[in-house]
Design a protein around this ligand. Structure first.
Ligand code: KG4
Ligand code: ZN
Length: 352
């Protein structure tokens, strides 16, 4: 029996049993991560090696540097995840990996490593969409959560409102027309002189400022649940340039607070509207921006008022990690979705 026949047979047996312990790998951007996850819900171990300090001096992720660092980190990170789980490769049931969306060179490192491990151990290989991973972080944080629910996915590269109909079944309700939410936060932070990635620093700074200090436009979009952040970003840049040209002091905390307030209102208004109008009883947050303190608080208030249950992962599961990939992988495996050794990186992979 060749590898693929054996992997298919094993995947079918795991499906029938309804249980699987999965080794997952994530390398789509600037984090090399590995985790061992049991039955899609329980994190046995999770290791994240961040490259942020390497890229900070360039003001953003440099793809070539990211790929080289992933090459160095992937084996030690996988070894550490297995060690922390007190397991050997033979003890896991399957190997999962993010195959898109993301930086092609970065994705290829994880995909190649996962293929080699799956082949060496003779285990099924499970391909995972990175955005589906972010959504699935909620299954780890809330073991009782089951579809259907509406999810706001706000990360550095994506801003979507999706309805999760079932495991692996998504309806796109809205998305950004231009910048992703995290990208907008990072650009606003850069104008204020904060280092990359500025989102978390802007969040921190905004706690000391007045959110009403700067009037920012209320952005209109053609789609009811669509986003646009570029108008907000341009208004902020213009306001800061004007202050500088006039030789006035730039009140960074006030500007950060005003931007965060405007962005959070926009994100939360549309997400809650989408949940209400589609009759959702549960709303979930996902992606790096779901760590934002203003977004978490405002969503809490608005969902409570609308009678909608709000769930969100802890910040460590919002940022890129492999535990969320292991969770998404479990439900793919239960549907029999495994990949062959011809699996390739798909930089522009879509969720729907
Ligand atoms: O999901 P993620 O870790 O990576 C992608 O898949 O893109 O998201 C990273 C993005 C960055 O733009 C980062 O600045 C933003 O999430 N972010 C935040 C916060 N924490 C991370 N933005 C605003 N407030 C935060 N607290
Ligand atoms: Zn991400």
């Amino acid at each position: 029996m060749n590898y693929e026949e054996r992997a298919r047979e094993q995947a079918e047996a795991l499906c029938r049993a309804g249980h699987a312990t999965i080794l997952a790998i994530e390398s789509s951007c600037d984090e090399t991560a590995a985790a061992v996850v049991r039955d899609g819900r329980e994190v046995v171990s999770s290791v994240i090696s961040s490259q942020i300090p390497l890229h900070a001096m360039y003001g953003g992720v440099v793809p070539e540097i990211a790929s080289r660092k992933h090459v160095e980190s992937v084996d030690p990170v996988v070894d550490e995840a297995l060690k922390k789980a007190d397991m050997r490769l033979e003890d896991v049931d399957a190997v999962a990996v993010t195959y898109g969306p993301g930086l092609v060179g970065a994705l290829l490192i994880g995909v190649s490593a996962a293929k080699a491990l799956a082949y060496a151990a003779g285990k099924p290989l499970i391909p995972v969409n990175h955005i589906e991973g972010h959504v699935s972080a909620n299954y780890i944080a809330h073991p009782d959560l089951t579809p259907p629910f509406v999810c706001l996915v706000a990360s550095g590269g994506h801003s979507h409102i999706v309805r999760v109909e079932d495991y692996g079944v998504y309806t796109l309700l809205g998305q950004t027309m231009d910048d992703a939410a995290g990208e907008a936060f990072d650009k606003a932070a850069r104008v204020l002189g904060l280092p990359y990635p500025g989102g978390p620093l802007l969040d921190k700074l905004s706690r000391e400022g007045n959110p009403q200090a700067l009037k920012l436009p209320h952005v209109q979009t053609p789609g009811r649940y669509d986003y646009s952040f570029s108008g907000l970003k341009t208004a902020l840049i213009n306001a800061v340039h004007k202050l500088r040209q006039n030789g006035q002091e730039v009140p960074a905390a006030d500007i950060a607070a005003s931007f965060q307030h405007a962005a959070v209102e926009l994100l939360s208004d549309k997400a809650v509207l989408a949940a209400k109008e589609t009759g959702a009883k549960t709303m979930a947050l996902a992606g790096g921006v779901a760590s934002n303190s203003g977004l978490r608080n405002t969503m809490n208030d608005k969902c409570q008022r609308a009678g909608i249950r709000l769930v969100m992962p802890p910040p460590i599961l919002c940022t890129d990690n492999a535990a969320m990939i292991g969770s998404a992988a479990f439900y793919r495996l239960m549907r029999g979705e495994i990949a062959g050794l011809d699996l390739n990186a798909m930089p522009s992979l879509r969720l729907v």
